[in-house]
Design a binder for this molecule. Structure first.
Ligand SMILES: Nc1ncnc2c1ncn2[C@@H]1O[C@H](COP(=O)(O)OP(=O)(O)OP(=O)(O)O)[C@@H](O)[C@H]1O
Ligand SMILES: [Mg+2]
Length: 378
């Protein structure tokens, strides 16, 4: 999948941007606060996933402007497609979203057309940081492959909210234990399904990540990623998510009922699960160095891109926002070598001394983007 043209105007500080990216590497450089991440964000929004920096609707349009438009043209192996996202004041929530000229209700309906993988400096904390990030990583990765999964996760989250509120009511004497039943039954099916898909995804992730980690550590260290479920002892080869898995799930809910009730919170379930990484059999979060955990994070993200490629049969577009400058030279080379066949957008502050012959160089200054053609030694 390749982005062929990009037009952005009035999205945050970007003004009159019109570029025709290289189908290989695009380096977007410029000083701080010029609009590099805004450009990456505009591309990412076209993939139909909410902003990786949590941009609210009200911040979508230039503070001093009235209208924002993002338009891109991209191709996969079958055809060229167009995406347009536009918003205008005063109803900033009301966006005009189009795929190939056909109106869609929301940006999220674009999901599944343009596939991107984004790396931000925060992603380098994926291994060391909060389990919440690993769960979101896993859920987004799965939904990029299986679009209906997103809906399941959102239903599950809703049921958890409802169940927790009943738990609090039981605690205060306003509900009884049997009021949980209708939520538990739903939770058991949804939660079993999520656990099963996540387990299988992490299994696949492990295969790719293990190989990549072997490369990055030059064969000195072995990485193992494992899905850790708070409900199931064993998820290998389990499929019957609405039958025997759901029964086991219900049993687990029943075991933790008193704890749940006391805390007003559902203790076990995919919302508490995690991906554990082991380096040479030691939990990397507990024993690994900062550098080792960063390497784990990198290979997890690379593995995500590879799996997506394998599953959808098209290379995702890779967006690297400010990541390379955070890495040492060896890791920079490693990342570049592993994604060289994808279309890549890389942001950085310093103009690179030289770039490859099929790469393009863009400078961002005060929200405007200029292609630099005089690139120096190739
Ligand atoms: N809604 C908005 N309207 C106008 N300008 C905005 C809006 N939201 C953010 N900006 C501006 O965008 C600029 C930041 O852009 P961006 O985060 O893309 O910078 P950057 O080039 O990636 O910088 P860095 O190198 O520090 O990461 C800031 O100057 C900020 O004030
Ligand atoms: Mg930035």
């Amino acid at each position: 999948m390749k982005i062929k043209s990009v037009k952005v105007d009035g999205f945050k500080n970007l003004k009159g941007v019109e570029i025709a990216p290289s189908s290989q590497t695009n380096i977007i450089f410029g000083e701080n606060a010029q609009g590099k991440t805004n450009l990456v964000e505009a591309l990412w929004l076209c993939s139909g996933v909410k902003s990786f920096r949590g941009t609210k609707d009200k911040d979508f349009i230039d503070l001093n402007g009235q209208r924002a438009v993002i338009e891109i043209e991209f191709e996969n192996s079958f055809r060229t497609q167009t995406i347009k996202i536009a918003a205008a004041r005063p109803n900033v929530r009301d966006k005009n979203v189009e795929l190939n000229g056909v109106k869609l209700k929301t940006i999220s309906k674009l999901f599944g057309n343009l596939s991107c993988v984004v790396f931000t400096p925060e992603d380098l904390e994926l291994s060391k940081g909060s389990p919440d990030n690993r769960r979101s990583f896993c859920d987004l990765s799965i939904s990029q492959i299986k679009h209906s999964y997103r809906e399941v996760v959102s239903k599950y989250e809703n049921v958890i909210v409802q169940r927790n509120s009943v738990l609090k009511n039981i605690q205060s004497g306003n509900s009884k234990r049997s009021d949980l039943e209708i939520w538990d039954i739903q939770l058991a099916k949804l939660g079993s399904y999520i656990s099963m898909l996540r387990y299988n995804y992490v299994k696949k992730l492990n295969i790719f990540a293990k190989n990549l980690y072997n490369d990055i550590s030059r064969g000195k260290e072995e990485l193992e990623l494992r899905y850790s479920s708070t409900v199931f002892e064993n998820l290998e080869k389990r499929e019957d998510f609405s039958g025997e898995m759901a029964d086991e799930y219900l049993k687990r809910l029943s075991e933790s009922y008193y704890d749940d009730m006391k805390s007003g919170f559902t203790q076990a379930g995919p919302h508490r699960d995690d991906i554990i990484s082991y380096i040479n059999n030691l939990n990397s979060r507990e024993y690994g160095s900062q550098g080792q955990n960063r390497s784990v994070a990198l290979v997890m993200k690379l593995a995500q891109a590879y799996i997506l490629f394998e599953e959808i049969g098209e290379e995702p577009v890779i967006l690297l926002d400010d990541v390379l400058s955070e890495l040492d030279g060896a890791r920079q080379d490693f990342v570049r070598s592993k994604i060289k066949d994808f279309q890549i957008f890389i942001t950085c502050c310093k103009k690179p001394e030289k770039i490859g012959k099929d790469s393009k160089l863009f400078e961002v200054r005060s929200g405007k983007v200029f292609e630099i053609r005089n690139r120096g030694g190739d």
